[in-house]
Design a protein around this ligand. Structure first.
Ligand code: LLP
Length: 402
């Protein structure tokens, strides 16, 4: 049991809390599902990019899936070895590509023909060979929220099968490119196995057709996407997930790379916020708290559901309330019509499943400093990011004030 009251009094609110032991459990479960097969778990750093969290996965043997050179740098700082770092993303700049090549990461995951040209040119300038993988867009509907669907031709990610084939041939003929992997990631918060299986099948068939023309890959990168329970979703069992993917790889000797984010971090995280006021507008009840959409954007952006638990002495009946923050936007809410007892100033609300895409999607909107982050390990709490101060917020502007 986490003592939220104690944490709030020690570290103040709003506060992110991460249970590292839960992350370990999730990591081990997924890794075990691929037992008997060469595999690398490459933690999707975007889901929670705190250095201590990445370091925790590094200590467990994880690699890192990164989407900017900033994330690549974080992965290095946290001790992830270069040969377990992957760099994906549709819009890598020349500088990012150059640094990734110089850092000799496992591979750059290329998402367009134009990008392949840039990577080749930069590798040539550096007089080296760059390992690449190509992100294939299998045009499969992942059946998730449209904002986090990535495997349809309508989405900006990856390339079509025919384009991918052309790119592999080009890369194979290049003196500066070494095609070592193939990648797909069709979306996030997936709760259906079928789209994953169908995508893996399409991509594995492409691997086979490449083998026929003597292009032999080493890595089969299945992206991330495993859904978690926010409410009462029926999620995919990691073992079934692994079996489904592996069943498409018969006769192929490939190392499987998995890029889990949410599965490892979402339910390890809690966002702790304090009640400021109760107010009533007509028949509408509002609970105003000290956390806001700049801390946890998911409800505002995706109408995402997060379970909310009140820590209070109140014994009153529950009635429905909107839980809102101080930001000047009507979209600034954590939940709508959520049943809560009558709450008092300084009561606490724990927002569950906040470990993935929580702090990382935060901002300083309304000149609000971002909250502190605390890690729990073996029952002990440790600060892993200080609360931002007003001085932090203006540091890059102050000297330019005219
Ligand atoms: N690999 C790639 C190439 C990705 O684009 C992503 C996530 C992952 C791995 C990790 O996916 P996961 O295992 O976490 O589902 N902000 C949204 C989620 C965006 C996901 C973006 N890509 C949310 O809060 O739901």
């Amino acid at each position: 049991m986490i003592n939220f009251k104690e944490l709030a009094s020690e570290y103040k609110t709003p506060l992110y809390i991460y249970d590292l032991d839960y992350m370990t459990k999730q990591y081990e479960e997924l890794k075990a599902a691929f037992k008997g097969r060469k595999s690398i778990m490459a933690f999707a750093v975007k889901s929670n990019s705190n250095l201590s969290v990445i370091k925790h996965f590094s200590d467990l043997g994880s690699g890192a899936d990164c989407v900017s050179i900033g994330e690549v740098r974080r992965a290095f700082l946290a001790g992830i070895p270069s040969y377990k770092i992957i760099f994906s993303g549709v819009g890598k700049s020349d500088d990012e590509i150059r640094e990734a090549i110089e850092k000799d990461i496992l591979y750059i995951n290329v998402e367009s023909e134009a990008e392949l040209g840039r990577v080749e040119l930069i590798a040539k300038e550096l007089n080296t060979i760059c390992r690449i993988s190509i992100r294939v867009n299998p045009n499969i509907d992942p059946q998730t929220h449209p904002y986090i669907s990535t495997g349809l031709h309508d989405n900006k990610f990856g390339v079509e099968i025919d384009t991918a084939k052309r790119m592999y041939i080009k890369a194979n003929n290049s003196e500066h490119l070494d095609p070592v992997g193939i990648h797909f990631h069709i979306g996030s918060q997936l709760t259906e196995l079928k789209p994953i299986y169908e995508s893996a099948e399409i991509v594995a068939d492409l691997v086979r057709s490449l083998e026929k023309i003597k292009i032999e890959l080493k890595f089969f990168d299945i992206g991330g996407g495993l859904g978690v329970k926010y409410d009462n979703e029926v999620t995919i069992n990691p073992y079934d997930y692994a079996q489904a993917v592996l069943s498409t790889l018969k006769g192929l000797d490939l190392t499987v790379i998995c890029e889990p984010g949410r599965f490892l971090t979402a339910n390890a995280g809690y966002f702790l916020t304090k009640v400021l006021y109760e107010k009533q507008n007509g028949s509408k009840r509002f609970v105003v708290v000290d956390g806001a959409m700049n801390d946890l954007l998911r409800p505002a952006l995706y109408s995402a559901y997060h379970k909310i638990e009140a820590i209070t002495d109140s014994k009153s009946d529950k009635t429905k309330a909107d839980i809102v923050g101080p930001v000047c936007e009507s979209g600034d809410f954590f939940a709508k019509d959520y049943p809560l007892p009558e709450l008092a100033h300084n009561d606490l609300l724990v927002i569950h499943s906040a470990g993935a895409y929580g702090f990382g999607m935060g901002s300083n909107y309304n000149t609000r400093g971002r909250s502190a982050e605390v890690a729990l390990k073996n029952g002990e709490a440790r600060l892993i990011r200080k609360r931002e101060t007003f001085d932090d917020l203006i540091a890059l502007e102050k000297e330019f004030l005219v």
